[in-house]
Design a protein around this ligand. Structure first.
Ligand code: ZN
Length: 103
């Protein structure tokens, strides 16, 4: 009995991981998911609030915390590393500052 429920739990965990992978793939297709499709913003100052207000790609909760904000100057991109405080999933979100130059 105990053995069986452990197996079922493992199965469920495997399923959950599969779902997460699919969600992460879908998130990569949305704006900000790749360097080729950055989210356009008018000012660098809105990048972090914007990233923090997005839904987690894995669990869908708006519990992201900005861990790092790096500039990719050659491509005029900003890369924001976020971590979900609920499920711990990390991802990168790409931004491009449109009119205003990064200070
Ligand atoms: Zn999450």
């Amino acid at each position: 009995m105990a053995k069986r429920s452990r197996t079922e739990r493992r199965e469920a965990e495997r399923e959950a991981k599969k779902v997460t992978r699919v969600r992460m793939k879908l998130a990569a297709l949305e704006p900000g998911g790749t360097p080729d499709r950055p989210i356009e913003v008018v000012s660098a100052s809105v990048i972090e609030p914007h990233a923090a207000s997005m839904a987690c790609a894995a669990c869908g909760e708006q519990t992201l915390r900005v861990e790092e904000h790096a500039a990719d100057l050659p491509r005029r991109l900003r890369v924001v590393h976020v971590m979900c405080q609920r499920c711990g999933t990390r991802r990168e979100v790409f931004f491009r500052v449109g009119t205003a130059l990064p200070s």
